[in-house]
Design a protein around this ligand. Structure first.
Ligand code: CMX
Ligand code: CO
Length: 150
């Protein structure tokens, strides 16, 4: 069952400048940063709120690490902006298989590693009315650690 917005993925050309915008405009702080070479992104997670299932909601700011990555291609075509939405679930395997069974294309045979050791998969935007949709099962909340710099 999809129970929350896990994150909104925002593609940017300059991650540091975008992080600074969210800090200066709204006071959002960086919770976590990493490079995910498989996905071709350098990313910053800004934690917006906790939720009652123990998960959280984030903005995921993503800068491509290479031009031929999904985000690199998308940025070249569209410029900066909202790239995908991600729903949180306790069981990405079961939910993605159920959604696949409805005829919606799930991009991976098995979920892959996402931010903060989460497990993720994607649904094809052409089957979702133009929205690239990610499904996420977080690592156990205790494994997410404390925000950076705290
Ligand atoms: N949102 C909506 N539509 C999108 C899209 C997006 N983010 N990305 C591509 N599309 C559309 C394109 O506009 C294009 O439409 P038209 O044919 O009408 O022009 C169509 O989908 C095909 O796009 P493409 O540019 O040819 O790109 P590909 O088919 O090579 O790749 C996709 C599209 C969705 C398969 C690829 O982006 C993908 O595998 N995404 C999942 C992985 C990912 O995005 N990783 C980065 C984020 C990592 C993270 O969240 O942790
Ligand atoms: Co994402």
């Amino acid at each position: 069952m999809l129970t929350r917005i896990d994150h909104i993925g925002i593609a940017c050309t300059d991650l540091d400048a975008t992080v600074e915008f969210y800090r200066a405009a709204y006071g959002f702080e960086v919770f976590h940063t990493e490079i995910n070479e498989e996905q071709g992104v350098r990313e910053a997670m800004l934690r917006i709120n906790g939720t009652d299932d123990g998960g959280s909601s984030y903005l995921q700011l993503i800068e491509p690490t290479r031009e031929d990555s999904a985000v690199g291609k998308w940025l070249k075509k569209n410029g900066e902006g909202v790239h995908h939405i991600a729903f949180g679930t306790a069981d990405v395997d079961a939910d993605s298989e159920a959604i696949r069974g409805k005829g919606i294309r799930v991009l991976y045979d098995e979920p892959r590693r996402g931010s903060m050791d989460s497990r993720i998969t994607f649904l094809h935007p052409k089957d979702c009315h133009g929205v690239l949709t990610e499904l996420v099962t977080s690592a156990a909340p205790h494994a997410q650690g404390e925000p950076e710099g705290h």
